[in-house]
Design a binder for this molecule. Structure first.
Ligand code: C2O
Ligand code: CU
Length: 485
């Protein structure tokens, strides 16, 4: 149990040596609460899941992909018992929440991993409203279908919509027949750089050679159907048998979009409709009309759509990959459903860029002088066996020390040809430099050869991961820790 040379877990007592634990308790005690308690149990287990005509063996929460949505209000006390029935240790990370550090779910950094047949009780006050999600922070388990929406409702929500639909976007590789640990070991040995594409790897099906020497002893990937993998899912369904959203003309739907994939950025559009973007990563933006937008891994957008007359494809096209798009169907009248592979022209229409987004007044980070500047240069080495921040992998890196109360500016420079959706735990940063207009996010897709500058307020003490949300890049080194007490 050590990260980057810091011993955080006392292996004898299995207790954590969390620097700043009194500060963590103080921050938690100062949070405003609703007085409401929400209790859930989540069981992580090997599961057989129907993806819509294809039944696969995988790992999941409560036997479904995505797992069960958790819905709470801001200020509620959320208590979740995680029961681990997997053969591997696991945790739950609550992506995007500025929660107390010791509930952040990073094994050996904020908590011991939950061993097979053990359980762990998460308990924390949910800080801010918005669209979030949760997943393990253990290897590439999230890419096996362990992922679900976490919706934090806002009592002061201005509204402006009639109904709400959560869409979880995911990439699915099958037939690899191996445990996540072995898959990762194969990449560490054989690399993944040759599969470099704009959006991620050019598809895991190109991976056969890389995985050749890894023995297959886990009951995964039993599917032998005629679906071409990788395939892409909306709410766990293949385009062959999509989810149907039934509505009525003129109704306003708020879509909460979550990219929960391991390795795919998605271009999202609704045929025949424009999208009014209202939030990203949970925080409000001044409503803006576009035809399409790209979500990097880990990113969320909320968009409002005014339903037209007809039956429409809702698509998430893998960016920079040739695979067929994920699809759902929006229906307001009788009629034939669009065929899988439908490609609405909106995908080529006006594309959202970060520079277009203006935060709402309540989502604006208070202006303040920058106290500390950090640089993170992102790159690849050894044909993709290692993914680097500032020339080193996680194993060789010391924590980035900052001080409580500081305004921290992080400049992220992508020196590779791949997307790196960079995520900071426990904070929501403002896009500051370049095209930045100050929009608040927790995951920013740093495009090939681009630089993004973000500002955050160090107001939530602890050990916080910051990493690329390509699950493979992260596990092969593209992670760091921000540390303060
Ligand atoms: Cu979804 Cu370390 O994060
Ligand atoms: Cu990356």
């Amino acid at each position: 149990g050590s990260y980057a040379g810091i011993q955080l877990l006392d292996q004898q007592s299995r207790t954590l040596v969390v620097p700043g634990s009194t500060a963590v308790a103080r921050v938690e005690a100062a949070r405003s609460t609703s007085g409401k308690v929400v209790q859930r149990t989540l069981t992580a287990a090997p599961s057989t899941v129907d993806l819509g005509g294809r039944v696969v063996s995988t790992w999941a929460y409560d036997g479904s992909v995505p797992g069960p949505e958790i819905r709470v209000g801001a200020g509620d006390l959320l208590q979740v018992r995680l029961v681990n029935q997997l053969p591997d240790p696991t945790t739950v990370h609550w992506h995007g929440l500025a929660l107390r550090n010791d509930m952040d779910g990073v094994p050996d950094l904020t908590m011991p991993a939950v061993a097979p047949e053990e359980a762990f009780d998460y308990s924390f006050v949910v800080p801010d409203p918005g669209t979030y999600w949760f997943h393990p922070h253990a290897g590439i388990q999230l890419d096996y279908g362990m992922q679900a929406a976490l919706i934090v409702e806002d009592p002061d929500e201005p509204g402006g919509y009639d109904e709400e639909v959560v869409l979880v976007l995911d990439d699915w590789t099958d037939g690899w027949g191996q445990s996540p640990t072995k898959i990762l070991a194969g990449f560490a040995r054989d690399g993944m750089g040759s599969m470099a594409g704009m959006g991620g790897m050019d598809g895991m099906d190109g991976m056969g050679g890389g995985m050749g020497g890894v023995s297959s002893d886990a009951p995964l990937g039993a599917d032998t159907g005629d679906v071409a993998y990788p395939a892409h899912l909306i709410n766990g369904r293949l385009p062959q048998d999509p989810v149907t959203i039934t509505s009525a003309p003129g109704r306003r739907i708020r879509f909460r979009l979550i990219n929960a994939s391991g390795d795919t950025a998605y271009r999202f559009a609704v045929g025949g409709h424009r999208l009014s973007v209202t939030h990203t990563d949970g925080y409000g933006v001044e409503p803006l009309e576009v035809d399409t937008l790209i979500l990097g891994m880990g990113e969320r957008y909320d968009v409002v759509v005014e339903v037209g007359d007809g039956v429409f494809p809702v698509v998430a096209a893998p960016e920079g990959k040739p695979d067929p798009a994920a699809m759902a169907v929006l229906r307001s009248t009788p009629g034939a459903a669009p065929a899988p592979g439908a490609r609405p022209t909106e995908l080529d229409g006006r594309l959202l860029s970060y520079g277009d987004l203006v935060p709402t007044a309540r989502a604006t980070l208070t202006a303040k002088d920058v106290d500390r500047e950090l640089e993170m240069t992102l790159g690849m080495a050894d044909g993709g066996r290692r993914w680097l921040i500032n020339g080193a992998t996680f194993a060789d890196r010391q924590p980035l020390d900052i001080t409580s109360g500081e305004r921290v500016r992080i400049t992220m420079t992508n020196r590779s040809m791949m997307f790196h959706p960079m995520h900071v735990h426990g904070h929501t940063f403002a896009l500051a430099g370049g095209t930045g207009t100050g929009v608040r996010k927790d995951t920013v897709n740093v495009l090939p050869m681009q630089t993004v500058t973000v500002d955050l307020q160090a107001d939530n003490p602890g050990q916080w991961m910051t990493h690329c949300h390509n699950a493979y890049h992260a596990e092969l080194g593209m992670m760091a820790v921000l540390s303060y007490t």
